[in-house]
Design a protein around this ligand. Sequence first.
Ligand SMILES: [Zn+2]
Length: 265
Amino acid sequence: MSEKRLFRMTGRDFRLGRFDKAVLAIGSTEYHGEHLPYGTDTLVAEHLAEAVAERVEGLLVLPPLPLGMSHHYASFPLALSLSTETLMRVLWEVFESLLRHGIRRLLIINGHDGNIPAIEAATREFRVKHPEMKIAVLEAWWKTAADLLPEGTFEAWGGLGHGGEGKTSMMLAVVPELVEMSHARGVIPKLPAHVEVKWRFEELTPYGVTGDPTKATAEKGRKMRDALVELLVSFLREMDQRGWELGFKAGEGDPLLGVETDGGR
Ligand SMILES: [Zn+2]
């Protein structure tokens, strides 16, 4: 396979690669218990991005963003955290850089829950200002993987949790040498249904881990990884086929929808 990672390619590689789209992994650097590394969120998202790029023509792998909004995890040492505002700004300027160089199709693979508000706000606003830039987001792979796999795949809390069964399984599949299962310990928090209480992490767990990492296996992780890569590869192929259009353009056909693209910053 020719090099797909921008960080490792030369200008000549880039030119010859004829990249028409990019994938950006966004993670965090934060405590993930005694058994997982600080880079867990980044390592998983980066792994998925590279695995997808191996199978999709013209997909450039951008360097992963290793910092996210981790203020709500900062009660456990340590979290290198950006604010939501800063992360939005970083994303905005990455999008502008891509656009400036003619890359108008972007897939974001997010690895960390705290990044979701910044990604949502930055992508929505950017698309209002620059409709020609197409952006797709896999917002929460840990939920998507659980949705894609048969019921009963996970033993505890549907596989969810910060450093829980799903995430630890994924790490066992992706970078097993960085996982220390003998130190895995977590707790399943008693959260109310339907309405979200905005917790601080130390209110949920004394271990810095939610869910049950002791139920994690590499086999479950491989199933999650394979299901997600399959999903993203077929998603990108389908979007390329339809020119990343969603079937209807504002201003075409329906007189109630005008084209408004000049607003924003
Ligand atoms: Zn995280």
